[in-house]
Design a protein around this ligand. Structure first.
Ligand SMILES: Nc1ncc2cc(-c3cccc4ccccc34)c(N3CC[C@@H](N)C3)nc2n1
Ligand SMILES: [Ca+2]
Length: 448
């Protein structure tokens, strides 16, 4: 097994990876920017090195610096976490050039899934359901108008190099379509340096359901079930749960098989997530995330599989210790992303020093936190400070425990979105499992 791993990330996911390493008896190397010198993860790591100024471009995205430290510290592998360099194929390549194992998927898979058009084309060929539309770039408006007539409005125009909802916009008729094509092309060009766009049927109120995949370097692929991620705000997931309230064993089997085909057809290995849109009994491939995701803990809890440890063992070359028949789903888990943002005031970020901190606990509570009382929440990165996860024998028990844990959770000195989570956990549509990607938009006034 690896002797020493560098974690090229910060915050709660760096803590999570350090914990997995400790359990595998692997030494850990943390890297930190000036803003993170006194953070929780640097305290937990065996060694830590400064990588420069606070802005991510000067620290967590600067892979030359990170690789220099990796070589100096003599690490065997690097874990990128999520965000930052986790889906940067150039970084993965540079790790390989230096004989340092990149704990993630093959470079080819990162590149392929990074292009939404190529991802869709590959999946369609493999027989994975995709949305009606075209898997070729839209060259001119006339062609788009012809296709839109064929598939029917509303349609959505998406940037192939996009992700996280940037560079996508809906057209409800021909005149909107012409404007949308122009605007999306220019957004894509400026945001990603790639103006390739494509068209597909727009689903009005889908659910966002994703399947967790684990695949080793010997061709073995299993899925670890589903997660409901419909409660999003500006394409940021806020509350996730496993299993989806609408999941049945038959639907899970079908979506799980589709996700395994998606992984196999690109010779995938490592942890990965296949995102689908679900609508009226049908599901469609949306995109594949070639990294461990923020919400992985809810799957760990209902399957008992430690996804981060399995990811490290896969990178080392181990065969999966599970077959599909070994994976069972027990109980229900919910995750609330605790962010330093003022949800009563349009969710504006609220960085600063945590003056009083009291974390929740007790039966059915897991807290993946990157902070402690007295810690500074810097303004330079995303505003997530912790993930509060509760679980129980069923959804009701998980909900009751989440309400209790939220009432125990004290984070004073900064403003958090705990009030927002409390209001969702009281809202009838949430309690009934009536979710869609428009949930927050439709309940704006009710929530705070
Ligand atoms: N054809 C079609 N129809 C409906 C869609 C709905 C979403 C979507 C998914 C999840 C949350 C959303 C919030 C606002 C608008 C769209 C969404 C969506 N995406 C793509 C990127 C991902 N982060 C969100 N693609 C869609 N595509
Ligand atoms: Ca993605």
């Amino acid at each position: 097994m690896f002797k020493k791993i560098l974690i090229a990330n910060r915050g709660e996911i760096a803590v999570r990876i350090i914990r997995a390493c400790k359990e595998l008896d692997i030494k850990t190397v943390a890297v930190y920017s000036e803003a993170d010198e006194h953070s929780l993860y640097t305290a937990l790591a065996d060694e830590c090195y400064s990588i420069g100024e606070a802005p991510a471009s000067k620290s967590y995205l600067n892979y030359e610096k990170i690789l220099k430290i990796a070589e100096k510290a003599g690490v065997d592998a690097i874990h990128p976490g999520y965000g930052f360099l986790s889906e940067n194929s150039k970084f993965a390549e540079e790790c390989d050039n230096r004989n340092i194992e990149f704990i993630g998927p093959p470079i080819r898979a990162i590149e392929l899934m990074g292009s939404k058009i190529n991802a869709k084309k590959t999946m369609k060929k493999a027989g994975v359901p995709v949305l009606p539309g075209r898997e070729e770039p839209i060259e001119d408006e006339q062609e788009a108008i012809k296709i839109a007539k064929e598939i029917g409005y509303p349609v959505i125009i998406k940037a192939s190099a996009g992700g996280g909802g940037i560079g996508m916009s809906v057209a409800n008729d021909e005149s909107e379509l012409v404007d949308t094509i122009q605007s999306t092309k220019s957004i894509a060009q400026s945001a990603f340096g790639d103006s390739t766009i494509f068209i597909e049927k727009y689903l009005e109120k889908p659910r966002h359901i994703e399947i967790q995949i684990l695949a080793d370097k010997h061709g073995n692929v299993i899925h670890l079930g589903d997660r409901e991620c419909s409660i999003q705000r500006r394409h940021q997931k806020v509350i996730e749960e496993a299993p989806s309230p609408i999941m049945t064993p038959e639907l899970r089997e079908k979506m799980g098989e589709a996700a395994k085909i998606a992984a196999k057809c690109i010779d995938y290995y490592s942890a990965g997530t296949v995102e689908f849109l679900y609508n009226a009994g049908e599901f469609y491939f949306l995109e594949m995330n070639t990294r461990v995701q923020v919400e992985h803990p809810i799957t760990e809890i209902i399957t008992g599989v430690d996804i981060v440890k399995e990811q490290i063992k896969i990178a080392y070359g181990n065969k999966l210790p599970y077959e599909q028949k070994d994976i069972t789903f027990n109980g229900h888990a919910i995750e609330c992303r605790i962010n330093a943002e003022d949800s009563v005031n349009d969710f504006i970020p609220s960085p600063g020093k945590i003056k009083h901190y009291r974390s929740p606990g007790g039966p059915g509570v897991r807290l993946d936190s990157g902070v402690y009382g007295g810690a500074e929440i810097p303004p330079y990165y995303d505003s997530m400070v912790a993930k509060l996860i509760t679980f129980g024998k069923n959804r009701e028990e998980a909900i009751v425990r989440m309400r209790r844990a939220l009432s125990e959770y004290m984070v004073f000195g900064i403003i958090s979105n705990i009030p927002f989570h409390k209001s969702v956990l009281e809202e009838q549509d949430f309690l009934d499992g009536n979710l869609s990607t428009h949930y927050i938009a439709e309940h704006e006034k009710l929530l705070h």
